[in-house]
Design a binder for this molecule. Sequence first.
Ligand code: MOS
Length: 722
Amino acid sequence: MPSRLDSPLKVTGQARYGLDHDLPGMTYGYVVVSTIAHGEIAAMDVTAATSSPGVIAVYTPFEPLDLRSPSTPMFGETWVPLRDREVAYYGQPIGFVVAETFEQARDAAGLIEVSYHERPALTSLRDGLAEAPDAPPSMGGEPPSLDVLAPDVESIEDALAASPVVVDRTYTTATQNHAAMEPHSAVAAWGPDGLVLHSGNQMSDMQAAEVAGALGLDPASVHAVNPFVGGAFGGKGQTSAPTFLAAAAAKALGRPVKAALTREQVFTATANRAATVQRISLGADHDGTLIAVRHDSWAATPAGGGFVEPTSHGTSREWYATQNLSLRQKMVPLNLPPTTFMRAPGEAPGSFALESAIDELAVELGVDPIELRRRNSSTAPPGKDLQWSAKYLDDCFRIGAQRFGWAERSPHGRTDGDWLVGMGTATAMFPALRFPATVEVTLRADDTAVVSTSGADPGTGLRTVLSLVGAESLDIAPDRVTPRLGDSSLPSGGMSGGSTATASAGTAIMVAATKVIDELLGLASAAGAPFDGADVTYEDGRVLADGRTMSFGELLRALGRESLSTTGSSAPGEERTKHSFSSFGAQFCEVRVHRLTREVRVSRMLGVFDAGRIINPQPARSQLMGGMIWGISAALHEGLEVEDSGRFANGDFAGYLLPVNADVPEVDVQFVEHPDTLHNDLGAKGIGEIGAVGMAAAVANAIHNATGTRVRHIPITIEDLL
Ligand code: MOS
């Protein structure tokens, strides 16, 4: 069995993504976007577009589709286009042209004349800092402010003032786009049973519910199918404009509609990771013991509010032991595209700030950065009395330091010809979570099994995990287990997000497998059955009793059955009242900065992770490697540049820099494997997001080590090092 079941399908082009579906009578939709950042649409002249060759329909706020904003328990209200004439950002979907071909739709879209009543736009995070309101409580119910103070301490300012050594710095991070290879898109078709939707997402049953809500339908009449998703990273949690538009237009026209955002539109018509400003104040004793941690954050949000990147809470709340902790999370509403979750939301930009500040404190104290982190390692999140279920972070640093040759690091880097060479490190943490999940396990008369769940595999490897955990739970070889996922008609498997899918679905598989084996044994020993009245057991895919044995397939055949199915469910429960849960990691990076050109090359990377049990080592390593590379990307490449007009100056793949092969050295990923069965019976914690945590700081810290220059914003460019 390959280490990833989907790789042969993907590399041979057999994997069919949403847009790969071609249906008889297909029509093609093209999304029209705004060219101002704030105002009201006065008029849209669609005369030329409507009479353009091949055009079937042109939808605008003046000729809208039948759409309403749906709501989900997880995300609240989801925005849908064309409901009013308000424009809140540059690149907002404001129209939809449907034609016989894609080219005809695109040409006609270019003929639409839009006039606006323009209003002044707020597009600068910096300008909005002073007046920024508190963020609302986060999805997890965290209030924007948190203060934990030692009994005799009045305020965080007092605690900082009483600290012998203080580092007080401000860091900034850039707006980022998920830039998934598969653009947001849909093929929508109506059939006798309702709407069939092929559209990449992170949770097919939630997408079905959102689209049903938007169209005013019963969720059962929308069938969302997405066995393959070309990357998501948080950007395909909520359903996006082309899917709503394609679904509604297909209904209105009685023909299938295919619609995709262009690459440029993906940057504005979906949602991004917000830019942040973070002020961190660390107060410490001379030996490095933290006395006070203050983390004040400002995150851009859409003008009407929306997802707030939780930088303060995502890092400083849990990472280090301190008697005095103060967190503030502010939001800065701007006329920019919406914000949403992006891989390690909060932790990725938050760790750049916190782990840079810790490095600055280490330099100030003359203490080794690993030793400083070790001295302040938390046994429980400050202010909570729930200790970590398991924490092997010290092991990660110890193993990593040895493997990386940390002992050879000089506090002032070294030179190698014209290159200045430095090493940096950072902590990585990401909370270990899981969501409710239901899985169906089916035993079949041909001695194979099927594991089914609606959950998505956006490239994370869930498909293979289903077969591996299914095989283990049924005590048979993995190639006898067929995984099925990415289909809203299957049992609700939760979301592929928050680094939860393996823990959520895996635990449910164990429950379902135990139940189906019990049922099998019940059938085997029932009156008139092959093991009538016997004391039966199950092992190796076989039923045993009294020295006799039958495979489950033989038994089902003997009983005249084709299959036996059961569902099993799991959900987070009591364990959350007993412990705190997190994955942990130690990130290492070596950079080479050219003495004359000041270009930065990352020459070595290592991440050592404590993420509980690792189910499938090769894809797990790749998953973490991808996250670590995203760390290089955030540190040195990625960042959307906002023009005063609110337009992204570099919202395309020519200007939005991403690391290519030449930017990425060998990436070493190691695990310290300690199954965490306090978290769930499978023992797996999350690996999806933690790879992207800490690495940007490790890069910046390595640059400081190499050059002596501390850069407090990302991405770091040549200009910063001149
Ligand atoms: Mo991830 S940002 O939870 O999809």
